[in-house]
Write a protein that binds this ligand. Structure first.
Ligand SMILES: Cc1cc2nc3c(=O)[nH]c(=O)nc-3n(C[C@H](O)[C@H](O)[C@H](O)COP(=O)(O)OP(=O)(O)OC[C@H]3O[C@@H](n4cnc5c(N)ncnc54)[C@H](O)[C@@H]3O)c2cc1C
Length: 391
C-alpha cells in the first residue's frame, strides 16, 4: 500500500481536514463515493489510487452512503446509456444515498429465463403505460426508484422486444407487498404495476435496447455481490470462522477438521479470484467470465462456511443461535470473538439464497461452460437468463 506521499492520499487528507465528518452529498460531489467512475461523479482514479482512497477513508472512520442496487448496478448502466439530463437528475442523489434504488427485473414466470418477462410497456403519447407483476424485489418498500425491464414491442424477437426504464416507486399504480424470508426478515417484495404511466424521459437508451442494458446491470451485479464476507460480501469469512475455532480451543473431531481445511483452501482460491475480478473492474474493463467463476464457487463456499459454523456450534447454534465456541451448556468456551453469537445460525438460514439470487448456481455453470470452456450450449433453452443474459 503506497504511503503518505501518494497524491491521492495527500489530496484526500487535505479534503478531510475541511470535511472531517462529510455528508453523503459532500462525498459524492468530491468524487469519493465512486472514485473509479469518470468525472464529474468519480475521479477516473486508477486502481492503486482507489485502494489508497478506500484505505484513507477507512482510517478516518468515514463510511460511504449505502445504496447497493443504485450505486452498484443501476448507476453504471445510467452512466453507460443515460442522457445528460437523466444522469444529472438521478446520479447525484443516488451517490449521496439520498434516494434508494431497487431492481424490478424478476417475475413469477421469468427468473433465470429473464427474457420471458411479460410486464408490458405500451407507448402512449410521448410516454409509456406499464402493467405487470414483479417479484423478489429487494428493498422495493424503501426505494425511491426502480430499474425496470418491460416488453415494449410484442412483435419483435424476444431480446429486441424489451426496454429499460426508471420507475418512481411512488407512481400511481405501483403497489408493493412484503415477502418475509425464512430468517424472519422483510427484505424483498412483490410489486404490482397497474397501468403505471412513465414519462418518455424515463426510458433509458432506446426502445428495444433493454436486454443489452440488462447485461450491463447484471454484469455489475455479479461483481457487487463479490465482497469479502461469505454472504454476498457481507458477514464473516472462512478466516473468521477459523479464528472462532482457534479461540475456543480447536476442533478435535477429524471430520470437522477436514471440513475446516476445505473451506480454508476454497477461501484462499476465492481471494485470488476476487483480486482478479476487482483489478479488471478497477482498471475499467467490463467484468469478464471470472466474475461468474467466482460467483459459482463463492456461493457454495458461503453455504459450506455457514453449515460448518452451525455444526460447530452444535445444538446451541440451532436452538438459540449461541454461536461457535460454546461448551455443552452453551457457555463461551474461549475468549470473546468478533462476530455476535447469532451470526452462524442466521447465516445458515440465509445462505440458501446465495445460489439463487443474482443468477442461480446452475446458470453460472452454464456461463462458465459456454463462455470460458467454449463448450456447445447443452440445454436448449429459449433465450437469455437472469445471469448469463446471453442473447
Ligand atoms: C435474496 C434474493 C434477492 C433477490 N433480489 C432481486 C431483486 O432485487 N430484483 C430482481 O429482479 N430479482 C431478485 N431476485 C430474484 C433472482 O434474480 C431470481 O430468483 C433468480 O434469477 C432465479 O430465478 P427464479 O427464482 O425464477 O428461479 P428459476 O429460474 O425458476 O429456476 C428454478 C431452478 O431451475 C434451474 N434452472 C433454470 N434455468 C436453467 C438452465 N437453463 N439450466 C439449468 N438449470 C436451470 C435454476 O438453477 C433453479 O435451480 C432475488 C433473489 C434472491 C434469492
Amino acid at each position: 500500500m503506497p504511503g503518505d506521499d501518494h497524491p491521492a492520499r495527500r489530496a484526500l487528507r487535505r479534503w478531510l481536514a475541511h470535511h472531517p465528518r462529510p455528508t453523503g452529498r459532500q462525498l459524492a460531489e468530491a468524487g469519493y463515493v465512486v472514485p473509479h467512475w469518470p468525472p464529474p461523479w468519480g475521479l477516473g482514479a486508477d486502481p492503486l489510487s482507489q485502494l489508497v482512497i478506500d484505505d484513507e477513508l477507512a482510517r478516518a472512520g468515514v463510511r460511504r452512503p449505502v445504496n447497493p442496487i443504485g450505486i452498484g448496478w443501476a448507476g453504471p448502466t445510467l452512466v453507460a446509456a443515460g442522457t445528460d439530463e437523466q444522469k444529472d437528475r438521478w446520479l447525484w442523489p443516488m451517490l449521496a444515498g439520498e434516494e434508494f434504488w431497487c431492481q424490478l427485473f424478476s417475475e413469477p414466470g421469468a427468473g433465470s429465463d429473464l427474457a420471458a418477462l411479460t410486464t408490458r410497456a405500451d407507448a402512449d403519447g410521448d410516454g409509456w403505460v406499464v402493467t405487470g407483476h414483479k417479484v423478489w424485489t429487494s428493498f422495493a418498500h424503501i426505494a425511491r426508484f426502480g430499474i425496470l425491464l418491460a416488453r415494449s414491442d410484442p412483435d419483435a424477437p424476444r431480446h429486441r422486444a424489451i426496454s429499460y426504464f426508471v420507475c418512481p416507486m411512488d407512481a400511481p399504480g405501483v403497489s408493493v407487498h412484503p415477502l418475509v424470508d425464512m430468517t424472519g426478515e422483510h427484505a424483498f417484495n412483490e410489486v404490482y404495476l397497474d397501468e403505471v404511466r412513465l414519462p418518455g424521459d424515463h426510458l433509458v437508451g432506446s426502445p428495444g435496447q433493454g436486454w443489452e442494458l440488462a447485461k450491463v446491470t447484471l454484469g455489475n451485479e455479479r461483481v457487487s455481490l463479490s465482497g469479502e464476507g461469505v454472504l454476498w460480501g457481507r458477514g464473516p469469512t472462512a478466516d473468521d470462522l477459523l479464528a472462532e475455532v482457534r479461540a475456543s480451543g480447536g476442533a478435535p473431531d477429524p471430520v470437522l477438521r477436514d471440513r475446516l481445511v476445505s473451506v480454508f483452501c476454497e477461501s484462499e482460491i476465492l481471494k485470488i479470484l476476487r483480486r482478479r475480478t476487482l483489478s479488471a473492474v478497477l482498471a475499467g474493463r467490463a467484468p469478464g467470465p471470472e466474475a461468474s467463476v467466482r460467483k459459482a464457487i463463492s456461493d457454495r463456499h458461503g453455504q459450506r462456511v455457514m453449515d460448518l459454523g452451525r455444526d460447530l456450534a452444535g445444538p446451541w447454534g440451532t436452538l438459540g443461535g449461541t454461536g461457535v465456541g460454546r461448551d455443552a451448556e452453551g457457555r463461551p468456551a474461549g475468549p470473546a470473538t468478533a462476530w455476535p453469537a447469532s451470526t452462524w445460525a442466521e447465516g445458515f438460514l440465509y445462505s440458501p439464497a446465495l445460489t439463487i439470487g443474482g443468477g442461480t448456481a446452475e446458470v453460472q455453470r452454464d456461463i462458465v461452460a459456454e463462455r470460458v470452456l467454449g463448450l456447445p450450449r447443452g440445454v436448449q433453452r429459449p433465450g437469455g437468463t437472469n445471469g448469463p443474459a446471453s442473447a
